[in-house]
Design a protein around this ligand. Structure first.
Ligand code: 6PG
Length: 238
């Protein structure tokens, strides 16, 4: 595994770099396989990146070749204000000519089935794969070191077979769906987007190898894009 950290002065510069990474990954995937598969991150950090992609990369990217998955989803309707799909749709997906979008459809009463249904959607795009290798997985990180919905202390951290799993997050008292470590590990590239001083402490602990879910993410290439505030406790020479 190749893990790199890159510090940016501010969110704007970070997002421009992330957009260029997205474009490179898409162009390489389309050239090699004729389509590009990406898992979008939820939360608030990626919102401005999605707006940037919609505003400045609408013409530059092959949106019809995109197959858009999600890293995780809350157990809310897809039009709910808390839905990661709704956030991505509002800030990006409804503004570009993307044709293949796979929302994580949750059902609080049937979350194991919902997880299986999403795994089946992945399998349909990657019928031959033992584990689908997404071209790019965008991830955020909470100030408790979670990523996607891989939260500290949850059983899903030990999932070694399934690609998508249900997870009950005690501290939020809610069910979620999440991509699992095995699925993320098979990705060609993972790009973490971490900003804000409230992430600085846990990011430094992860940098130094402390045990947090985001720190256990592996893939062929794991890249951390962090702004100056989040990187405040990292070594100066990243
Ligand atoms: C979610 C996300 C989650 C998010 C982190 C960081 O559903 O909330 O998938 O993993 O990336 O919580 O969230 P912020 O970007 O809002 O800090």
């Amino acid at each position: 595994m190749n893990r790199t950290f890159r510090r940016f002065a501010n969110l704007e510069e970070l997002n421009q770099a992330a957009a260029q990474c997205w474009q490179r990954s898409c162009e390489q995937a389309v050239a090699e396989r004729g389509f590009f598969s990406i898992a979008l991150a939820g939360g608030s950090t990626p919102k401005k990146l999605y707006q940037l992609m919609a505003q400045q990369y609408k013409q530059a990217l092959n949106w019809p070749a995109h197959h858009v998955f999600f890293g995780d989803e809350r157990s809310v309707p897809l039009d709910h204000v808390d839905s990661n799909y709704a956030m991505a749709k509002q800030n990006l997906l409804q503004q570009v000519p993307v044709k293949h979008v796979y929302p994580m459809v949750t059902d609080p009463l049937q979350m194991p089935q919902a997880a299986q249904n999403y795994q089946q959607q992945l399998h349909q795009l990657f019928p031959e794969a033992t584990t689908p290798s997404l071209d790019l997985v965008l991830l955020g990180m909470g100030d408790d070191g979670h990523t996607a919905s891989l939260f500290p202390g949850t059983k899903v951290l030990n999932e070694q077979e399934r690609w998508v799993a249900e997870v009950f997050v005690e501290k939020l008292n809610t069910w979620r769906l999440t991509l699992t470590y095995p699925l993320i590990k098979a990705a060609k590239q993972v790009l973490f987007l971490v900003t804000g001083e409230n992430k600085a402490d846990v990011l430094a602990q992860i940098y130094h190898g402390k045990d947090y879910p985001a720190g256990h993410v592996e893939a062929r290439q794991v890249t951390w894009y962090v702004d100056a505030a989040a990187a405040a406790n990292l070594p100066g020479d990243l």
